[in-house]
Write a protein that binds this ligand. Structure first.
Ligand code: RP5
Length: 161
């Protein structure tokens, strides 16, 4: 079995319908990923241990989705120097605005790349992870160029009549 390159973490199983959008895209591009329920608030010790160990197991990028007062991405970023992408989840009465601010507003020196709220954000988290992998993986960079070209052609071929 190949090493897991991208960890997809989420604060609760209730986040899965959003976060599986990241997994679908990574798998389409042939990237091994692992989905885990781990929470900054509910399982802090296990979350820290996972974040600290991931690099030594061959891991390269974290994608972290959480809702409400979303500490997960920031908490993981505090326990690794690998890139961390945060997906704010719209699971609260504030429709994810609380998670957006708590994911994005990190103190200097502990970066989280925050994408947009919900499924669109989860998809872009995967594309951003692929671009990070593409910095050193030429084949991945070519696959992404091909995808961009296909998107361009599809947009230009849109028939509205
Ligand atoms: C957050 O609380 C989770 O990321 C989830 O978005 C939200 C609600 O969790 P559950 O009560 O559904 O487990 O920590």
């Amino acid at each position: 079995m190949p090493n897991v390159e991208v960890a997809i973490m989420m604060g609760s199983k209730s986040d899965l319908p959003v976060m599986e959008e990241s997994a679908k895209i990574l798998r389409e591009f042939g990237v091994s990923c692992e989905l885990k329920v781990l929470s900054a608030h509910r399982t802090p010790k296990e979350t820290a241990a996972y974040a600290e160990k991931f690099r030594s197991n061959g891991g390269k990028v974290f994608i972290c989705g959480a809702g409400v007062s979303a500490a997960l991405a920031g908490f993981v970023a505090a326990h690794t120097s690998l890139p961390v992408i945060g997906v704010p989840i719209d699971s609260s009465p504030l429709n994810g605005m609380d998670a957006l601010l708590s994911t994005a507003q990190m103190p200097p020196g502990v970066p989280v790349g925050c994408v947009s709220i919900g499924k669109a954000g989860a998809k872009n988290a995967a594309f951003l992870a692929l671009r990070i992998l593409g910095v050193t993986d030429k084949t991945m960079a070519q696959k992404l160029d091909h995808y961009t070209e296909e998107q361009r052609k599809a947009a230009l071929n849109t028939d509205l009549n």
